[in-house]
Design a protein around this ligand. Structure first.
Ligand code: ACO
Length: 318
């Protein structure tokens, strides 16, 4: 299957919000947040726009790949909420990078980056693109209810990007979705009105049933990783890193034990970022490359779960 990751990049806002500062906003403690989630701090946008973060991450990925704007055939952005509904985030990114090519957003909540990767692969397999820029960028803090201690401690902002070129690096990929019948994870559209009457739509703040999402996360991660490893004909011993969606350290630890990976095979940066939704895997990947931890030829497994309810996993030879 289709692509090689030629370059990676990431960006985050300047302002950090650590657990200690959160204790002055809601009834919580550093000890509770660290022990339940692994999060110590997160980045939170103040003056930055999501487009600016996405463009910075993309520039870094293009520079790392040595790719010119003119060589890009397609831009796909994963986000749950761009700066504007229209233009899309991908449309706004075209302006920032002076690129002219088809560009669109995908929204599969926290699984969106992996949905975007498989979409890029499908374009390449169909002969419609040879070089694709995939960006995952999120400002979850725009959608957080800052009075809800159960959710506001979890999220942060950031962007990650990959410059993909036609190749043989995607060894297996599986996307899934099932109806969220019990509204376990919802971000609504806010109060809206038609020409005729005002309607009460779900509020635009995030509402989540944490413990139920936790169970969904562990179950889907274990199932999806097993499935893509089988499909690639690989076992845990063949994998340099699992690069998982960063939602909760306890989710990662539970899945790690069930799947038989060692601690040093699980890549983690949640302590500095919190949960950046679909951007988390892309940021983590770029940091692993920047830190020299990922070498050409290494196999990685990426895995994500989130609203929808969606989940996804893929095996990539870097
Ligand atoms: N500080 C202190 N106490 C808190 C806090 C807080 N920030 N939040 C909740 N509590 C309290 C609760 O009120 C409850 O108190 P009680 O026992 O007196 O009723 C107690 O802590 C336990 O609450 P639970 O919700 O059961 O805590 P849990 O151990 O499940 O941890 C958490 C909550 C961290 C949200 C966990 O369920 C989780 O991570 N779930 C998965 C969430 C997730 O992955 N979401 C993202 C996926 S999709 C996406 O990325 C957009």
């Amino acid at each position: 299957m289709s692509f090689t990751i030629a370059g990676t990049g990431y960006a985050h806002p300047v302002r950090t919000l650590d657990n200690e500062e959160l204790t002055r906003m809601v009834d919580t403690s550093d000890e509770w947040i660290v022990s339940r989630t692994g999060i110590r701090s997160r980045y939170i946008a103040t003056t930055e726009t999501l487009t600016e973060l996405a463009v910075s991450a993309a520039r870094m990925a293009m520079d790392n790949a040595g790719a010119e704007a003119a060589s890009i055939d397609l831009v796909i952005c994963s986000t749950v909420a761009g700066d504007t509904k229209c233009p899309t985030l991908a449309g706004n990114v075209l302006g920032g990078l002076d690129i002219r090519c088809p560009a669109f957003d995908v929204n599969a909540a926290c699984s969106g980056f992996l949905y975007a990767l498989q979409t890029a692969a499908a374009y390449m397999d169909a002969g419609l693109a040879e070089t694709v820029l995939v960006i995952a960028a999120e400002m979850m803090t725009r959608h957080v209810d800052w009075t809800d201690r159960a959710s506001c401690v979890l999220f942060g902002d950031g962007a990650g990007a990959v410059l993909l070129q036609k190749g043989e690096g995607l060894l297996a990929c599986r996307l899934r979705a099932q109806p969220d019948k019990k509204n376990l994870l919802v971000i609504g559209q806010g109060k809206s009105h038609s020409v005729f009457e005002e309607t009460d739509a779900a509020p635009s703040v995030l509402a989540m049933n944490g413990p139920e999402v936790f169970k969904f996360a562990v179950t889907s991660m274990c199932r999806d990783i097993k499935e893509v490893l089988d499909s690639a004909g690989l076992g845990p011993e063949d994998i340099r890193y699992v690069v998982p969606h960063q939602a909760n350290l306890r989710i990662l630890e539970t899945a790690r034990q069930r799947l038989g990976f060692s601690e040093d095979q699980i890549a983690v940066n949640i302590e500095r970022y919190g949960n950046t939704s679909s951007a988390s895997i892309a940021i983590l990947l770029a940091e692993l490359v920047e830190q020299g931890k990922l070498q050409r030829g290494d196999n990685i497994v990426c895995t994500a779960f989130g609203g929808g309810l969606t989940s996804a996993a893929c095996v990539i030879k870097y």
